[in-house]
Design a protein around this ligand. Structure first.
Ligand code: ADP
Length: 264
């Protein structure tokens, strides 16, 4: 929209009724996107109007995980996002030709996020989830500038090394004065398929470590919102485009994720 003034971001308006959650993690592969799509699908199934911005330039896996088949369309000068599983979705991957890797630099990402928030026709949303790239990069700071009222959800594994990097990701929210809603521990053990005993594949305690550290730095209690076990059905649901909260809501991972979605 060269030359035109930037459109206002509706979610940043004072009195906006949309709750914006930015889902962050210290490093990749901890299940941030899986958590985002499952929370979104569960909230939509509960009757909320939900949108997801896939701002994870390195992963942009949200469309596949939600089974998005349509492309965005343009009406007037607004972008209409496709809907899947009752969730409106826009992804950086929808604007890169083929599957080309994104090698954009900070200012372009800021601009892309600005457009996703202002130039996409979201309608009246109850909840908007932003799937951020891992780490404390430019996008986290852009979110803070563009939507100062966005609240932060931190995803970590139980592993102590992962907890330390997740804690750094949370500290940036403190610096930008954003509220941290809580910590979601993912891959919290796996029930043995033979005897049912929990195997702590990635150790224990990472979620609590991050929550305690962020409680200290923010001076406000940051809770562990839930512990999602390792569950084959969650991975399969992601690969098939049917989030486990829909394909198998009473599975171990599905029930924890649905419970969290109901409380957010
Ligand atoms: P991130 O967004 O943090 O990079 P993803 O959500 O893409 O992580 O997850 C990485 C991989 O791990 C995916 O293949 C996903 O299906 C799988 N995965 C994530 N959480 C779980 C879980 N609780 N149980 C089983 N597989 C999981």
């Amino acid at each position: 929209r060269g030359g035109q003034a930037e459109r206002e971001i509706p979610f940043a308006r004072p009195g906006s009724l949309t709750r914006v959650y930015a889902v962050a993690s210290g490093k990749g592969g901890v299940g941030k996107s899986s958590v985002t799509v499952n929370l979104a699908a569960a909230m939509a199934a509960d009757g909320l109007k939900v949108g997801v911005v896939d701002a994870d330039i390195y992963g942009h896996s949200v469309p596949r995980m939600l089974g998005v088949t349509d492309s965005p369309t343009q009406v007037e000068n607004m972008i209409m996002p496709p809907t899947a599983r009752g969730v409106k979705v826009i992804s950086i991957g929808m604007f890169t030709p083929g599957n080309s890797p994104v090698v954009w630099r900070g200012p372009m990402l800021h601009r892309a996020l600005q457009q996703f928030l202002a130039d996409v026709y979201w309608g009246d949303l109850d909840v908007l989830l932003l799937d951020l790239p891992p780490g404390t990069g430019d996008v986290a700071i852009s979110v803070a500038q563009l939507v100062p009222n966005a609240e932060i959800l931190i995803v970590t594994t139980p592993q102590q090394a992962a907890a330390e990097v997740a804690e750094r990701a949370g500290t940036i929210a403190t610096q930008t004065n954003q509220q941290i809603v809580g910590v979601i521990e993912n891959m919290s053990g796996m029930p043995c398929p033979h005897c049912g005993e929990m195997v702590d594949v990635f150790g224990t305690g990472g979620g609590q470590t991050v929550a305690d550290a962020l409680t200290r730095t923010t001076g406000t209690r940051v809770p562990v919102l839930g512990q999602v076990p390792i569950d084959v059905r969650l991975r399969e649901g992601g690969d098939d485009g049917t989030p486990v909260v829909l394909s198998d809501p009473s599975s171990p991972a599905g029930s924890v994720l649905r419970g969290m979605a109901g409380k957010l």
